[in-house]
Write a protein that binds this ligand. Structure first.
Ligand code: PLP
Length: 241
């Protein structure tokens, strides 16, 4: 087995035992493989090991990688789902709308409007999550929990977007209980939106949170999608870009 295949197996085992611990159905938590900074060859290994969903932070890097992976013509390659999980500036919305399947980091209506307007007609609606700022850092991306419902109500009006859920990237908290408590704030917002009766929530099913270091706490708090990078692909080398 390749190392990536090995590590994927370990991550799937961690997810399964976290589900068991939390009394949740195995299979209720999806894995998003975060391939940022790693090349198309690393993605290829993960695809051959059975993965279908990949997350990218840097939009141009992601667009290039999507094309490189597609050119490999891998078995099942047409069914890959690419998620944008990095900050989206206005001047990058077109690239996201044209190349990604999901945008998880929508935290402003202006960005949502541009993504909807720029989503090509030939593609399925762009699947979006509202990024939440659950730990209150003033400089952090994400909408405050109290403003999430208002943003959701606006997003469901946009024709070329499908609102799928919420995502959060809390700062490291010390220990399992503290991590679980912060993650649970996102689940609370998710439940509030789901219970709101807004139209357009037919596929509102995603709570994206938890990474290599804290996925157990995220699963305990209700995550349905953990985003794991280094636990699969190894340490990242952050070259200046
Ligand atoms: C890099 C990144 C991850 C993966 O982090 P790891 O600690 O490597 O698992 C998950 N989510 C986001 C938004 C990221 O930027």
């Amino acid at each position: 087995m390749t190392t990536i295949e090995n590590k994927l197996q370990q991550i799937h085992e961690r997810i399964a035992s976290a589900c068991a611990q939390a009394g949740r159905a195995s299979g209720s938590v999806q894995l998003l493989s975060v391939s940022k900074t790693f090349g198309a060859d690393a993605v290829r290994e993960a695809v051959l090991a059975g993965e279908r969903s990949f997350g990218e932070n840097y939009i141009q890097e992601g667009v290039d990688k999507i094309a490189a992976v597609r050119a490999m013509g891998l078995p099942g390659g047409e069914t890959l789902q690419w998620h944008c999980i990095g900050p989206i500036q206005s001047n990058k919305t077109r690239l996201v709308a044209e190349h990604f399947d999901w945008a998880q980091t929508v935290d402003r209506l202006k960005i949502a409007e541009r993504l909807s307007a720029q989503r090509p007609e030939g593609l399925a609606p762009l699947q979006v999550c509202i990024q939440l700022n659950v730990d209150g850092g003033e400089t952090k991306a994400g909408v405050a929990p109290q403003q999430a419902l208002e943003l959701a109500a606006a997003i469901v009006q946009l024709p070329r977007l499908a609102l799928r859920g919420v995502m959060s990237i809390p700062d490291d908290a010390p220990g399992f209980e503290a991590q679980r408590e912060v993650h649970a704030r996102a689940t609370t917002v998710f439940e509030q939106i789901r219970a709101s009766g807004l139209p357009g929530l037919e596929r509102f099913d995603t709570v994206s949170m938890g990474m290599t270091g804290d996925l157990e706490a995220a699963v305990a708090a209700g995550s349905t999608m953990v985003r794991v990078g280094s636990g699969i692909f190894g340490q990242r080398n952050y070259a200046p870009r």
